[in-house]
Design a protein around this ligand. Sequence first.
Ligand code: HEM
Length: 137
Amino acid sequence: MRAQAIEASLEAVAARVGDPAPQVYARLFALAPALQTLFVRDTDGSVRGQMLQQVFETVLDLVDGDHYGGTLIASEWVNHQNLGVPAPQFALFFTAMIDAFRDILGDDWTPAFEQAWASVTAQVAAIIEQRARQTPA
Ligand code: HEM
């Protein structure tokens, strides 16, 4: 059920705008302007594009058996602190992505999409919280 809603929402977004990277990153940088400086070397947007694709694949795995998705999110949360992403801001990427999808789909953003992505956001928060507890103070 949840996996189908996530997949259907990604397909609907792709059908509407093709690559939603511009909308997702515009939303992320509106939420946290300082994060834009981290992409200064990404002159052609390829890093942002690859990262968004990685996030899609990770979420699709997370909601369909979680073979590696949870582990990847936990390790990237740590990796990204070394990249300069403040620990509390990593999960903002999911907020920005969902906000952008809601805007893109408008009336076609269904309650099933809302519920499925809300459960992903909660799962990501739990993964990060658990990883944070393992990090020595
Ligand atoms: C606010 C949230 C995030 C910011 C600001 C951010 C920023 C970045 C930046 C600047 C890079 C390029 C690093 C370089 O130049 O080498 C990068 C790479 C990457 N990001 Fe993110 N990222 C965020 C969230 C995520 C999330 C949620 C995931 C996956 C679940 C992710 C996965 C990756 C991967 C796989 C790479 C490429 C390889 C690596 O350096 O680990 N990122 N990210």
